[in-house]
Design a protein around this ligand. Structure first.
Ligand code: NAD
Length: 258
């Protein structure tokens, strides 16, 4: 049985009730995990309020600001986990960012700045958070990140985010190689397209969703809850032999040749 009783889980990337991280947080909570939730702070405190209200029913033990571009905030998150929990069992990395202008048109138009920002926030951040989690996962642990088919195939408009996802997926393998001897498993979920704040920045996302509904073997897109179920599985002992993998949760779309 899928049981996460007694597990401490840090969930990043909840922006609203459409976020994939929200689907994951709900499933981890349902399986018995104690949650720590981070939010991206902004000047007016809007995300803090909105995300705080959303996650309240899940009774998170920790609710912390974390902009992955701010090293001091990342350090403070892990210091708080050390002080309050003493150990971490699960890390959910569910965040990404690229400038909207870099998510349509010609890929070759991407600026050095836009390229660097997308790779920093969307790919380096996994390495950064995994490094913070590692010393707290003395009893072993599970790290899960979110990726997309655009990291291995050319998807119209996904552009620089595809490069970031390719780096992210390789991060999964290198981190799994390094941390496996410590009992820490690192995996990625490649989710099919879902309407969220982040995906709405990608040009033609609705066309992509309709295409999946027509072509994918299951003839539909996936839900945040389905991705959440897979994340909970990967974080549980049921997946104790799985590491370094990218698991597709995409209604089977990636197997199709048209
Ligand atoms: P979302 O907009 O709900 O989540 C993206 C999150 O990234 C937000 O919570 C945002 O606050 C966070 N974020 C952005 N910049 C940050 C920073 N500097 N520091 C900390 N957090 C930051 O959208 P989502 O679709 O749920 O995206 C979650 C993950 O799932 C992303 O990695 C995305 O690429 C991936 N994914 C999404 C889809 C999809 O179709 N929606 C498909 C496959 C993979």
């Amino acid at each position: 049985m899928l049981n996460l009783d007694g597990k401490n889980a840090l969930v990043t990337g909840i922006a609203n009730n459409r976020s994939i991280a929200w689907g994951i947080a709900q499933q981890l909570h349902a399986a018995g995990a104690d949650l720590g939730v981070t939010y991206l702070p902004d000047d007016k405190g809007r995300f803090e309020k909105k995300v705080g209200e959303l996650v309240e029913p899940l009774n998170p033990s920790l609710f912390l600001p974390c902009n992955v571009q701010d090293d001091s905030q990342v350090e403070a998150v892990f210091k708080t986990i050390e002080d309050k929990w003493g150990k971490l069992d699960i890390l959910i990395h569910c965040l990404a960012f690229a400038d909207k202008d870099d998510l349509s048109g010609d890929f070759s138009n991407v600026s050095r700045e836009g390229f660097t920002r997308a790779l920093d926030i969307s790919a380096y951040s996994l390495v950064q958070l995994a490094a913070g989690a590692k010393p707290l996962m003395g009893e072993g642990g599970s790290i899960v990140t979110l990726t997309y088919l655009g990291g291995v195939r050319v998807i119209p408009n996904y552009n620089v985010m595809g490069i970031a996802k390719a780096a992210l997926e390789m991060n999964v393998r290198y981190l799994a190689g390094e941390m496996g001897p410590l009992g820490i498993r690192v995996n990625g979920i490649s989710a099919g397209p879902i309407r969220t704040l982040a995906s709405s920045a990608v040009g033609g996302i609705l066309d992509m969703i309709h295409h999946v509904e027509e072509i994918a073997p299951l003839r539909r897109t996936v839900t945040q809850q389905e991705v959440g179920n897979t994340a909970a599985f990967l974080c549980s002992d049921l997946a104790s032999g799985i590491t370094g993998q990218i698991l597709y949760v995409d209604s089977g779309y990636c197997i199709m040749g048209m």
